[in-house]
Write a protein that binds this ligand. Structure first.
Ligand code: FES
Ligand code: FES
Length: 166
């Protein structure tokens, strides 16, 4: 017998609903029920950060939250960053220009975590950026290019400071 129940949330500005079992994670709901597969899944226990989305403006691990817990929430996934016409978000542009990705598997999680950072702190220092990047695992880039990407994104968004923090 299925225990699935209807879950409703706003995702990337649109009202969405779907069925979720009590054990279904928000990550699996987004990917499987809403077909928003830009949110990736890796460790599935809160370590790697690839499943990061914004929930009511805060970056959260969607593998650690149940879909039923997010009922009624406002969720932003990586699909919500670019404009409807395909124009990339400034953070995405910065990642492309500064080579902030290689295989790209980790990238949706980094983008969403950096969204939250730059929203609350438009001109972060190296240390403040590293504090956020430390919660996201990338096995390809070595992080320096991601650090440059964040500084570039901050400048594009009207904030920012040099990589030395000046
Ligand atoms: S899949 Fe969620 S933190 Fe790794
Ligand atoms: S770009 Fe490959 S894991 Fe980060």
């Amino acid at each position: 017998m299925t225990m699935a129940r209807q879950v409703r949330m706003t995702v990337n500005g649109a009202a969405c609903e779907g069925l979720a079992e009590p054990r279904t994670t928000l990550a699996d709901f987004l990917r499987g029920e809403l077909e928003l597969t830009g949110t990736h899944v890796g460790c599935e226990h809160g370590v790697c950060g690839v499943c990061t989305v914004l929930l009511d403006g805060r970056a959260i691990r969607s593998c650690l939250m149940l879909a039923v817990q997010a009922d009624g929430a406002d969720v932003t996934t990586v699909e919500g960053l670019a404009e409807p016409d395909g124009k990339l978000h400034p953070i995405q542009e910065a990642f492309v220009e500064e080579h902030g990705l290689q295989c790209g598997y980790c990238t949706p999680g980094f983008l969403m975590a950096i969204c939250e950072l730059l929203e609350s702190n438009p001109s972060p220092s190296d240390e403040e950026i590293k504090d956020v990047l430390g919660g996201q695992i990338c096995r390809c880039t070595g992080y320096q290019s991601i650090l440059r990407s964040v500084h570039s994104a901050a400048a594009k968004l009207g904030g920012g400071r040099s990589a030395t923090g000046a």
